[in-house]
Ligand binder design. Sequence first.
Ligand code: GAP
Length: 441
Amino acid sequence: MDKTIEKIVSLCKRRGFIFQSSEIYGGFGAVYDYGPLGIELKNNISQLWWQEMTHVHENIVGLDSGILMHPRTWEASGHVSEFHDPLVDCKQCKARYRADELTTNTEDTDWGQVICPKCGTTGKMTSPRQFNLMFETHVGPVEGSSSVAYLRPETAQGIYVNYQLIQGAMRMKIPFGIAQIGKAFRNEIVARNFIFRTREFEQMEMQYFVRPGSDNNAMKEWKDKRFRFYPDSLGIDEDKLRFHEHGPDELAHYAKEAWDIEYEFPFGWAEVEGVHNRTDFDLVRHEEFSGKNLKYFDQQINERFLPFIIETSAGLNRTLLAVLVNAYWEDTENDRTVMRFHPRIAPVKAVVCPLVKKDGLPEKARNIVDLLKPRFKVLYDQQGSIGKRYYRQDEAGTPFGITVDHQTIEDDTVTLRYRDTQHQDRVSIDKLLMAIDDNMT
Ligand code: GAP
């Protein structure tokens, strides 16, 4: 694993951001649990996405559909027949690879000549075999082919099968969108790079329904809007972001055009979000498989048609990894590690510290916690030297430190410390909320 990622993994465990699943049993592959700071950070990111999609855009509404769906859904979507990765095994050391990790052209490769990157043996690699990434489960007490169901590999299908109900109930007129945040599951062959590729993850997806013919314009609009989300809402450095357009052999079975928004992780540039023109592929297939008419009636032009769909599909966990990497800063000059989260997404916004544990300072500090806590997540800390307390919070990414000292008792002012610069201002308690708010935008 990359050195920086290793340090972030260790910080995440130490500070309660992210833990390996089921650690007391030796861990469970490619599944992670989010601790107290991790869940705050994750919620802040997903809330910003939700706000941006469903509040800022009046023509986008939300949905929360089930993880389990009618199994025919996945036949219609193409996932049963198409959602495969080619898998190869080294017969010598039993290492398992996705074939396309070892060669760019899996079909024309002579697998008998491939060297195993792990043990270095040549001639022991199996030919690729297709492996479906969907997790199967069984519904009801009797196991058999008729009870098979799948854990959804994308949240998108829940939107497609509900689109007409939502359009009718909310009287949506084209163009309109439906947004959803939820878990998705993929039995990834090779899961690596911490929370970058896991078997259980969350997607933040929005499906935008447009008139056929206006899909290219809608694609442009959403590509740009989604790109801006990362620097403007999450505070990610713009020079660490870029687009990558899918070539013909990269396109998913449902897409006519696809762009990845990539972040420069320590292990290289990699996708955090995909923006796809899915055409009417999914709705055509659902009409065919369900036998239901899924056409939209466009009153303006007096026509019925299946809308084209532009999809924006972001991974919440990958976005969170980009946020963690982007925030990680070794401030060698001051011998501290700082998570420089934008205050808007920081898990804890402020720590309130009485300078000493006496003279009425703890009570005063508690009053300040009570003042701030209806607005955002704050902590009270009276343990250790003030310097140690601040450094603890720097590592947790807390942007503001508030210290109650003897002067506070006299004039109701406190010191407000800024995490990145360590600069301190004297602020009166009744202006504290405003001062923090000013630095939040
Ligand atoms: N509905 C379209 C779709 O699912 P995708 O490119 O397969 O498209 C979209 O996935 C996003 O979901 C990716 O950009 C990535 O952020 C996230 N994602 C996909 N597989 C993942 C995995 N195994 N672990 C974590 N995130 C994943």
